[in-house]
Design a protein around this ligand. Structure first.
Ligand code: NAP
Length: 257
């Protein structure tokens, strides 16, 4: 029996990780801000799968919230074997439409929390000689698109760099880069999604299955869908200057409004 800690477990991709890991028999530590929703989720997963489920209410946009979760990851008496850094959000609007407070909050949740939680988890995992960390980034990491894309690019670079530094210690790290997934993400950010073509949407449960299989195979970067793999292949060979223009035009035409 191993234990997985998932941030942002109550909705979307995090909830899909929780369902899948519980059905595979892992005990869980679930993290989000909404205590009632966390408790309902914990009861449901415990009753359905018979696994132990703890909850930690924490706002990862605050130092207190990050420290609460880091302390749980550092607890040597109750080891966490798998960390899924998944909590995240979008801001509606382009650069200068978004307040500085919201830009900084995004960097805190997407970058600082991921850095501090990855460090707390990996240190304990390295002592035990095993463990895994999945940091949820986005395909937005590969195109020039404001603070969201930049924060996710940091997640990819950081995760792949740390994976190299910790090679041979038994600790595996992987950056997960989904395309559009039907979750609460766009609605929470107040973004309309009517412009996004149907073929671009991914299913959260299938995404998680592909991600866990990539982690088991030792990948440090997972883009779990052939459609997005092909698109990211194109992005790789497109000159950066051209990519900025194309990304901005297609983002305006097909992206969340
Ligand atoms: N959906 C997509 O198209 C898509 C594509 C690529 C990447 N992603 C990434 O996937 C991850 C999950 O997104 P999702 O689509 O599943 O979003 P979602 O359905 O909106 O779920 C977000 C989860 O994160 C939690 N959360 C948000 N802010 C938090 C905070 N400050 N502290 C602690 N927990 C927080 C939410 O619970 P509470 O509100 O209770 O805290 C919720 O459980 C994000 O990192 C996102 O950037 C999403």
């Amino acid at each position: 029996m191993t234990t997985a800690l998932i941030t942002g477990s109550t909705a979307g991709i995090g909830a899909a990780f929780a369902r899948r890991l519980a059905s595979d028999g892992h005990n869980l530590v679930l993290v989000a801000r909404d205590t009632k929703r966390l408790q309902e989720q914990a009861t449901e997963l415990h009753d359905r799968h018979g696994v132990e489920v703890e909850v930690r209410t924490a706002d990862l946009a605050t130092d207190d919230g990050i420290e609460t979760v880091a302390a749980r990851l550092s607890d040597r008496r109750a080891p966490v074997d798998l960390l899924i850094n998944n909590a995240g959000f979008g801001n509606k609007g382009r650069y200068l439409d978004v307040s500085m407070a919201d830009e900084l909050k995004m960097l805190k949740v997407h970058c600082e929390a991921v850095l501090r939680l990855t460090s707390a988890a990996s240190e304990a995992m390295r002592e035990r000689g095993r463990g895994g960390v999945v940091n949820v980034a986005s395909v937005a990491a590969f195109v020039p698109r404001g603070t969201y894309g930049a924060s996710k690019a940091w997640v990819v670079q950081f995760t792949q760099g740390v994976a190299k530094d910790l090679a041979g210690t038994g600790v595996r790290l992987m950056a997960l880069c989904p395309g559009f997934v039907r979750t609460e993400f766009h609605q929470r950010a107040g973004m309309g999604t009517d412009n996004i073509p149907n073929w671009m949407w991914l299913d959260a449960d299938k995404l998680v299955a592909a991600a866990l299989s990539d982690l088991a195979r030792g990948k440090t970067l997972s883009i779990p869908d052939p459609r997005y793999k092909a698109l990211m292949g194109l992005v790789k060979v497109t000159p950066r200057g051209l990519l900025g223009g194309v990304s901005s035009r297609t983002g305006r035409k097909y992206g969340p409004q």
